[in-house]
Design a binder for this molecule. Structure first.
Ligand SMILES: [Zn+2]
Length: 67
């Protein structure tokens, strides 16, 4: 995963500097919501380390997890 702004190191930084109220909060599950900034480019993401999740979410469709 690189080139689309969703590398692990970039996500770590984004999460560290983005407060709950400034984050996208796209809901993947009751336990995961997007921690990237509102209006971010590319995939939604949440979690740290081995718990990291990335997903896409089209309107009117359930979230689609990316491998
Ligand atoms: Zn998002």
């Amino acid at each position: 995963m690189s080139g689309d702004g969703s590398s692990d190191s970039l996500l770590d930084l984004e999460f560290a500097y983005t407060s709950y109220w400034d984050s996208c909060r796209d809901l993947y599950s009751p336990y995961y919501f997007c921690r990237r900034p509102i209006g971010h480019e590319g995939v939604h993401a949440a979690g740290f380390g081995s718990g990291r999740l990335r997903w896409q979410h089209e309107p009117n469709h359930p979230p689609h997890m990316l491998s």
